[in-house]
Design a protein around this ligand. Structure first.
Ligand code: ATP
Ligand code: MG
Length: 393
């Protein structure tokens, strides 16, 4: 029965003079998501809110789901639009709304009214009181509880009148396109897709890079990363995934460097390549799924040694999260089931039994000198043979 939705946003409200830019970006993102589903929707901005009006048939669940994937939207209410807001009609329509929405009417309620039309015959408190009375008369099973009602019935009188009672949580954050672009190091694990989601949530478009090591990592492992990128793109918009063939570099490090330093040196080359790709694609930073102390390569010492290899800012949104918190987020955004599929990512094969947990940057740099002979050539080859896969869910 709903033909319209009211979308609220939070942080954009405090953006002062630039606010319209954020609102425009938000409307654009809402249109982008709704374009992907059946139906024809009009997205309009009005006094600190956004209304979406359906122009023809659509699937309710699908529409709510699409809007819940838009960063910047804090909540969504399906609303009934009452074109003729005259008091007689309003009373009737609000009653009809309750009748349709609540087949069982044995609950407590409270009417909340807002009016931006200051010429309306009643003030907001009067609308609440009057409509409360009208509803009690029409549905004697209902009762009013102004302190802790089971249902809150919102009535807004603007140029038209609106009635609604349900509120769905939105994704929150900032609209995509309001904050530049960053390069996500995306592996097949649990953490990095969540990290990408978190940064995209702040309005940042993302690109991704995956270091593939065939035949040590299978085609299926790569497919899993593509799937993860796809799920993240359900929120983050189009993602270009750069697949780098890392085998040769990895083998070379394995041959030449001390095995306990393998992971850290590999990670440093990943950062270097990611940084070059980031630069080529207008990205302003790198994103990883690291969290302090999670594994040997993520101690404070290891992170410092990793950072030493690149100059771009490295964003690590999960830095203070426990594994369990990351798992919960990955379940929420829908990447968990894919992440736990048992296909090796390239790091699991080349892990040393006793990796260094307190690497010294000077020692690592020294080990890397042994790679001087062939590394430049290998890096160039890896960059020249990058495969780009575009995903957009
Ligand atoms: P994840 O669950 O994201 O794989 P993890 O706990 O397995 O993380 P590591 O394997 O130590 O941690 O990797 C740390 C970070 O380095 C990852 O979060 C990811 O950003 C990046 N990374 C690791 N391996 C790869 C890879 N093969 N391709 C791209 N990025 C990678
Ligand atoms: Mg991993």
């Amino acid at each position: 029965m709903y033909q319209a939705f009211l979308l609220r946003y939070a942080e954009i409200g405090i953006k002062g003079k630039n606010r319209y830019k954020f609102e425009n970006a938000l409307c654009e993102q809402i249109r982008y998501r709704l374009d992907k589903i059946e139906g024809n929707f009009l997205v309009v901005r009005e006094q600190g809110r956004i209304y979406v009006e359906a122009q023809d048939e659509f699937d309710f669940e699908e529409a709510i789901d699409a809007m819940r994937h838009v960063f910047g939207v804090s909540s969504i209410s399906p609303v009934e639009v009452i074109e003729d807001k005259s008091w007689e009609n309003l009373k009737q329509k609000v009653g009809d709304f309750v009748e349709h929405q609540y087949p069982k009417r044995d609950f407590t309620f409270k009417v909340k009214a807002k009016r931006s039309d200051k010429h309306y015959i009643y003030t907001s408190p009067e609308i609440c009181a009057e409509l409360g009375g009208v509803l009690l008369e029409r549905f004697p099973e209902l009762s009013v509880d102004v302190h802790d009602p089971q249902a809150l019935l919102w009535v807004e009188v603007r140029d038209k009148a609106y009635v609604y009672s349900k509120v769905y949580a939105g994704a929150c954050g900032m609209p995509l396109g309001t904050n530049g672009k960053a390069m996500l190091l995306l592996s097949g694990g649990i953490d990095s897709p969540v990290a990408g989601y978190m940064i995209a949530k702040r309005g940042v478009y993302i690109e991704a890079v995956y270091f593939h090591a065939p035949p040590y990592t299978s085609e299926r492992a790569k497919q899993k990363v593509v799937e993860l990128a796809e799920i993240v793109s359900g929120y983050a918009g189009k993602i270009r995934l750069h697949v780098v063939d890392f085998t040769e570099i990895q083998m070379y490090i394995y041959e030449v460097c001390p095995h306990e330093e393998l992971t850290i040196i590999m990670r440093r080359y990943m950062m270097r390549i990611a940084e070059i790709l980031a630069g080529q694609n207008d990205c302003l930073g790198l994103i990883t799924g690291e969290s302090i102390g999670q594994v040997a390569s993520q101690t404070m010492h290891s992170l410092a040694a990793t950072d030493d290899a690149c100059t771009m800012p490295v964003y690590r949104p999960l830095i203070g999260f426990d594994k369990q918190e990351i798992v919960e987020l990955s379940e929420k955004i829908g990447t968990f089931e894919t992440s736990i599929q048992p296909y090796e990512d390239c790091c699991t094969i080349f892990v040393a039994k006793h990796p260094v947990t307190h690497p010294r940057v000077d020692v690592i740099r020294n080990s890397e000198k042994k790679l001087a002979e062939k590394m430049d050539e290998m890096m160039k080859k890896a960059l020249d043979t990058v495969e780009v896969i575009e995903v957009a869910k």
